[in-house]
Write a protein that binds this ligand. Structure first.
Ligand code: SAM
Length: 339
């Protein structure tokens, strides 16, 4: 039996932190609506009052004022007198015409957001939420989904691809295979950082087709060859380094482990595996702690946030040596392992 609990001293700052946590959904909603309504696109044309913006995008004055106030609180717009303007972060990432536009990612997160109202049931039943779209169902023949998927992963990789390319030690490596390449954002960043490196990028057929377009648009088709493949069964024995970025988390523990074992099986001796993933142990933001919830509500393949100890143990048990873990970006880590 446990003794009576010691009385806890309530600290006001803890209550403030919890208040922020309980109301955090408001900031996400404001951002999703603002992007859907084209607020940042409109403000990019020039500063204006809430009422002028409302007229431009079809909102009543009260609605425009309410939304702009919320965005100002998050530092996405600023107010000078009674005129609002985009802050640089909004101009760079939230304006449709900008190549770094994160709209696909916001729309994707918006679909999770709607489902999270049923998180409790999903946790209780250990089942995905069957409402709207299920992104793990996207990896089939649906071409429109494949394109959207490639766009979503390209937007999310903006925070990570350059960092990973700067971090990866690829001196002397000749041929890299990007397993489950999606948008090819990592292949593109690695190709730029390592002009002598040949890259094969593979994914499921529909996704590979869109990825090939993205590579061509960057003028890198000579260096990065994109093709369809099944990473669980195909082998790439002419490669001396393999990249597995944000893939194992999409699968349950036994499938994730099976994939690592399969890769070890075909990698030539002396080759290297770069495993890039969100690891809570290396996190500089909350996201690596939270993203498992997205897998929980969407994924039908038992995906979850496999942690550092477990992932390193799988690598070790597969036969890999010289396993090293480092922070790759503010939201991701890089595990390198050698055969
Ligand atoms: C979460 S995405 C990660 C994409 C990319 N590596 C990145 O980090 O942005 C996982 C990718 O693995 C691909 N994938 C899953 N199972 C696969 C399989 N059996 N063969 C080939 N690709 C697969 C999916 O189509 C998807 O594009």
């Amino acid at each position: 039996m446990m003794g009576a609990a010691e009385p806890v001293t309530a600290r006001p700052e803890d209550a403030v932190r919890l208040h922020r946590l309980m109301t955090g959904y408001l900031a996400s909603s404001a951002l999703f609506s603002a992007m859907e309504l084209g607020v940042f696109d409109a403000l990019e044309k020039g500063p204006g009052t809430a009422e002028q913006l409302g007229e431009q995008i079809g909102l009543a004055g009260r609605s425009a004022r309410t939304l702009l106030l919320a965005l100002r609180g998050e530092g996405l717009v600023s107010k000078d007198g009674d005129r609002y303007r985009n802050e640089p972060v909004a101009s760079a990432f939230l304006v449709r015409a900008n190549p770094q536009y994160m709209g696909a990612l916001a729309a994707h997160q918006g679909t999770h957001y709607a489902k999270l109202t049923q998180l409790t049931d999903s946790l209780r039943d250990n089942k995905p939420v069957r409402a709207g779209e299920n992104y793990s169902g996207a990896f089939g023949d649906d071409k429109a989904w494949a394109r959207r998927w490639a766009e979503i992963t390209r937007a999310s990789s903006l925070l990570m691809a350059e960092n990973l390319a700067a971090q990866a030690r690829l001196d002397g490596r000749k041929h890299l295979v990007d397993l489950g390449c999606a948008s090819c954002a990592y292949s593109i960043a690695l190709a730029r950082a390592n002009p002598g490196l040949q890259i094969s990028a593979v994914d499921q057929p529909g996704v590979a087709e869109v990825a090939a377009e993205f590579v061509q648009a960057e003028g890198l088709s000579e260096q990065v060859a994109v093709r369809p493949a099944n990473i669980f069964t195909d082998t790439f024995r002419d490669c001396d380094v393999a990249l597995l970025s944000h893939v194992i988390q999409g699968f349950d523990r036994s499938r994730a482990r099976e994939l690592i074992n399969h890769i070890y099986g075909w990698l030539p001796a002396g080759a290297q595996l770069l495993l890039h993933t969100h690891l809570p142990e290396r996190a500089q933001t909350r996201f690596p702690f939270l993203f498992g919830l997205i897998l929980q509500i969407n994924n039908t393949q038992g995906g979850e946030a496999h942690d550092e100890d477990l992932t390193c143990r799988w690598l070790h048990e597969a036969g890999f040596g010289d396993i090293q873990v480092s922070t790759a970006s503010p939201i991701s880590a890089l595990i390198t392992a050698s055969k």
